[in-house]
Design a binder for this molecule. Structure first.
Ligand code: NOJ
Length: 726
């Protein structure tokens, strides 16, 4: 439909019909109200009438081709103007075939595989009737106490922006109308939800606008520039004002400055929460602030439907704002082709074929392999020796809780646990699996574990957090492994056997009590439906680990936030000068993390040459060529992620010690030498100044190249020419 016809449609709508378009409700409302009270509390409290349900614009978290077909058809029978209902859901890392959690995906540094995961997720969801996914989540994260770090790709603004784009491309493709196997993407949570004070869920976020623009906004911006159809407002305050009612952030920055003309949706109940925040006296004021801020859809609370009519009548709300919001929603429905095909991709027969298809499982397997990060490997404990007898011990030895939080329609029964996958690979009699509790290891379990360990050549401990220990509402102050698991580590260690650990968890952990004790540690995160097979293949050496951390692992909670792109301070600590008192340091812990951003080992070794620069100068017109040779000096083929960082030595405002600017993944055969080549431009040296201008500062720069953000080779160059404003 062209815009004129959509405008004409808006004109034909009554004020009640328009406002109902702005209401989003959970699927249970459309299914004859079953279970609604369970999910939302007493109906009278929510105060949603049947009329609103019948005319509301969108539903969330309902899926299944048959269900959606039935609901859409019933809805349209009652809809005077034939405006179809939109179906949205949290398809975050897969729909039925579950991919590794986003933090793990980030560690693959593989944008093609990430894009493919979004394409597969879109395909499965669309055939099951969905139109919109509440993804990608692109919040920059620096605090592993926060449970939702598992939903993010990590601590770096540049890498997060690349993943944001890849995911939007994967979900949306290039033609939402023609290609009914895609979904509209909703980037979230705008803005800076990943920076809650103390890592406590839903807590205050407060930072300078410069900091916000420099680190937190780039990934949302990238998703918007890539064409994300929707944006979701976050729960937190941004400079004192909750995002859902933040006019400067939404109408000003997002719509005005960035030109976003898609649909802006609240988070669950975040309009009404303006009252709890203390930013509105009541629902009426909450509705006023949200609509004034430019928020189109209210998720799950009824402030708009109850109060917009009176606010319009009183002249506090311009009816034009409502028309604009409705038009944006109708445009989205049109963009998805729903006016012509209200059932869009929903197809019960194809649904059976596509969900968990071998092709989809293969994609999930590949990403799971590439997401795992080898954190330690001493004495070549991994891969497991071909004839070794192995004891697999711990809560994850046979657990199918490997999908992770936000696993949508994924079912644990479809995931093969590590024990079964490893048994298939090791063959009869070589594996003894001894599962135990996550928080409690009984005496009998311990005895069995120790007996198995004694008669094995190598012990593999399968440890971690339960999936519900990360995700929404799962902040922790102590991010070590549960005490019972640490005790298990201690007891097995006493036997003196070669000991590897595999970790299943949703956040960087404090690895005290494990990292020193184990000879090898493989971080598997929550690897998804094919995680068992992927981890088993890595353990036996059929595949070679290539993941790199995208979030630092702290030595202790007291260091948090600890991230690679920190500042120097005026009194930087000098390694080797532990006795200096008046420098920026802790008395009881080093400054740097246990494992830095970019870190990850391989079963082979890589040797770096010196970085070679095309010139010692860079200017606006002349970018800088940088190359480095990397040799595979080991005995196996492997992939090295060659990372390029810079430091602006002196800026108008201080600049981080290191900033990732580019990377290349090199696949190298044993003995092969490859060359990573980069082209650095002046534009990549720009940053936000104190007046918020985005410009570069001529002067001295350092350049670092290496396999992680800590162990690098260094060079220097100078930026010449005028400071260049954006
Ligand atoms: C709350 C979460 O913050 C958000 O990420 C999610 O999309 C909505 N609930 C809907 O389930």
């Amino acid at each position: 439909m062209d815009e004129q016809r959509l405008l004409a449609l808006v004109d034909r709508m009554t004020p009640e019909e328009k406002i109902a378009q702005l209401q989003q409700l959970i699927g249970a409302f459309y299914e004859g109200f079953h279970d609604v009270e369970l999910l939302t509390g007493p109906m009278e409290e929510l105060g949603i009438s049947q009329e609103v349900v019948r005319a509301s614009g969108s539903a969330l978290n309902l899926s299944g081709a048959e269900t959606i077909t039935r609901v859409q058809q019933a809805y349209l029978e009652n809809n005077r103007l034939g405006i179809p209902l939109l179906f949205m859901a949290d398809v975050v890392h897969g729909f039925k075939t579950i991919f590794p959690i986003p933090l793990a995906m980030g560690c693959s540094w593989n944008l093609e595989l990430a894009e493919e995961s979004a394409r597969v997720a879109a395909r499965e969801s669309a055939v099951s009737g969905l139109h919109v996914t509440f993804a990608p989540m692109v919040d920059l994260v620096r605090d592993p106490r926060w449970g939702r770090v598992m939903e993010s790709t990590g601590e770096d603004p540049y890498l997060n922006a690349l993943f944001a784009r890849a995911m939007v491309r994967g979900y949306q493709g290039s033609d939402l109308k023609g290609d009914t196997e895609r979904l509209a993407a909703c980037v979230k949570h705008f803005a800076a939800y990943g920076a809650p004070e103390g890592g406590r869920e839903y807590n205050t976020v407060d930072m300078s606008e410069r900091n916000l623009r420099e680190y937190y906004l780039p990934a949302y911006r990238a998703a918007v520039d890539e064409g994300a159809a929707l944006v979701m407002a976050s729960f937190n305050t941004v400079d004192g004002i909750p995002a859902s009612g933040n006019e400067k952030l939404m109408r000003g920055l997002l719509r005005g400055e960035w030109g976003f003309d898609g649909v802006l949706i609240s988070d669950w109940a975040s309009v009404r929460e303006l009252v709890a925040h203390g930013a509105a006296e009541d629902d009426r004021e909450a509705a006023l602030r949200a609509i004034r801020a430019g928020l189109d859809i209210e998720m799950m609370t009824p402030c708009y439907v109850h109060h917009l009519p009176e606010l319009i009548e009183q002249g506090a709300v311009d009816p034009k704002w409502i028309d604009e919001a409705v038009l944006r929603i109708l445009k989205l429905k049109d963009k998805l082709g729903l006016f012509e095909k209200p059932l869009r991709g929903a197809d019960p027969a194809r649904e059976k074929e596509l969900l968990l298809s071998p092709e989809h499982r293969r994609a999930a397997y590949e990403l799971a392999v590439e997401s795992c990060v080898l954190l330690k490997n001493e004495g070549g404990v991994l891969p497991l020796a071909p004839e070794a007898k192995v004891a697999l011990i711990g809560p994850y030895a046979e657990s199918d809780d490997i999908l992770g939080w936000w696993s949508c329609n994924g079912e644990r029964k479809d995931a093969q646990p590590l024990g079964a996958a490893l048994a298939e690979r090791l063959g009869a009699g070589r594996l003894t699996a001894v599962p135990c509790g996550l928080d409690r290891v009984t005496a009998a379990e311990l005895d069995a574990a120790l007996a198995a360990a004694r008669s094995a050549d190598t012990v593999v401990l399968a440890l971690g957090e339960a999936s519900e220990m990360s995700g929404e509402g799962a902040a922790r102050t102590d991010i070590r492994l549960p005490a019972a698991q640490l005790e298990l580590v201690r007891r097995v260690k006493e036997l003196g056997k070669p000991m590897a650990a595999v970790l299943f968890n949703g956040r960087p952990l404090d690895l005290s009590g494990l990292y020193e004790e184990a000879d090898a540690v493989l971080e598997a995160w929550f690897p998804g439906t094919e995680g068992g097979a992927a981890v088993a293949d890595l353990l036996v050496g059929r595949r070679n680990p290539s993941g790199r951390l995208t979030m630092s692992f702290p030595r202790a909670v007291g260091q948090i936030p600890v991230h690679y792109n920190q500042f120097s301070t005026g009194r930087p600590f000098q390694p080797g000068r532990e006795g200096d008192r008046y420098v920026s340091k802790y008395l009881d812990c080093p400054n740097d993390p246990l494992l830095p951003f970019g870190f990850g080992l391989s079963y082979t070794d890589f040797r770096y040459g010196e970085p070679v620069l095309g010139s010692d100068r860079i200017s606006r017109d002349e970018p800088l060529r940088v190359s480095v040779e990397v040799a595979n000096t080991g005995r196996r083929a492997g992939v090295e992620t060659v990372q390029l960082y810079i430091r602006d030595v002196a800026g108008e405002v201080v600049r981080p010690l290191r900033e990732l600017k580019a990377y290349v993944r090199l696949a190298l055969e044993p003995g092969e030498t490859g060359k990573a080549e980069f082209l650095l431009t002046e534009e990549q040296l720009r940053y936000h100044h104190s007046d918020l201008s985005f410009a570069s500062d001529p002067g001295a720069f350092r350049l670092y190249v290496g396999g992680n953000s800590r162990d690098t080779r260094e060079a220097a160059f100078t930026l010449v020419g005028q400071a260049s404003a954006f």
